[in-house]
Design a protein around this ligand. Structure first.
Ligand code: SF4
Length: 267
């Protein structure tokens, strides 16, 4: 059987990890020896195409770990009943949250930006260093890029958008949130969505898109559709930080924002 489908799956996986900003790679679905063989053969094919000789020695050692749980969906689960059903009391309570170990390393909880009366709710992944320092989601270069994309369809965070993240405290080293941290924090997001009650939700980045759609599919295949988050239309797109690293996703992102605009204001 040809290795090409496996290699193309691997390439898809690497692209997804790059988009998430992962600093290290962990291969979970291929036996170590098979993966080493595929990479060796892939490199040999690349060298043959370029006419360069093979270097001596084995490929670098690869690390195998148990398969982690996929990103869980938060659709269908109820927000904890003790959480306030108005925005300001909810925010104040969240600012003191110590439900998971991420509270130990944060500077502050990053709850939201924008108006709770907004028509559009943007849901990202987790705070980074700038957000942890400022207490505001999507600041820095990625935040400016998001603002530009929103402005391209006549939206602004000051007037028409509510912005938050799935996880409210910065994971150390910007690593991906762990399933138990998502479970601990998801009640805040669920209640936020209930309280803001947006007309449309925009999930930015693979992590948020998979969590809100409940589909464990690469973002490149998820985007371009209109989903439903418990009855609210949901559009997904690339994370602006990923666009800063790879301009190839700029056009699809622009198309996603056009789709978002059509969902918000069908003609
Ligand atoms: S990440 Fe969420 S659950 Fe964990 S401490 Fe922060 S607000 Fe609480």
């Amino acid at each position: 059987m040809s290795d090409r489908p496996v290699l193309s799956d691997l390439a898809r996986f690497l692209r997804q990890r790059e988009e998430l900003g992962a600093g290290s790679l962990v291969f979970v679905s291929l036996p170590r020896d098979d993966l080493a063989r595929l990479l060796r053969e892939g490199r040999a094919r690349g060298r043959a195409a370029q006419g360069s000789p093979a270097p001596a020695g084995d490929p670098p050692a690869l690390r195998s770990v148990p398969t982690p749980p996929t990103v869980p969906s938060i659709q269908g689960a109820a927000a904890p009943s003790e959480l306030p059903s108005e925005h300001e009391p909810l925010r104040e309570l969240a600012l003191g949250c110590v439900r998971c170990p991420l509270s130990e390393g944060r500077t502050q909880v990053v709850f939201h930006d924008g108006s709770p009366d907004a028509r559009l709710m943007v849901v990202g992944e987790a705070p980074g260093a700038n957000e942890d320092a400022s207490g505001v989601p999507f600041v820095g270069a990625a935040g400016k890029y998001l603002d530009l994309l929103m402005a391209s369809v006549g939206l602004s965070r000051r007037e028409s958008v509510y912005i938050c993240n799935v996880i409210k405290c910065r994971p150390p080293g910007n690593r991906n949130p762990k399933p138990d941290e998502i479970a601990a924090c998801s009640g805040w997001l669920k209640r936020q969505i209930e309280v803001v009650n947006p007309e449309v939700i925009l999930a930015v980045g693979t992590f948020s898109a998979q969590l809100l759609t409940g589909k464990d599919i690469a973002l490149g295949r998820l985007r371009g559709e209109i989903y439903s988050y418990e009855g609210t239309p949901l559009v997904v797109t690339y994370h602006p930080a990923a666009l800063l690293r790879n301009s190839r996703w700029t056009r699809p992102s622009w198309e996603d924002f056009q789709l978002l605009r059509r969902v918000m204001d069908p003609t």
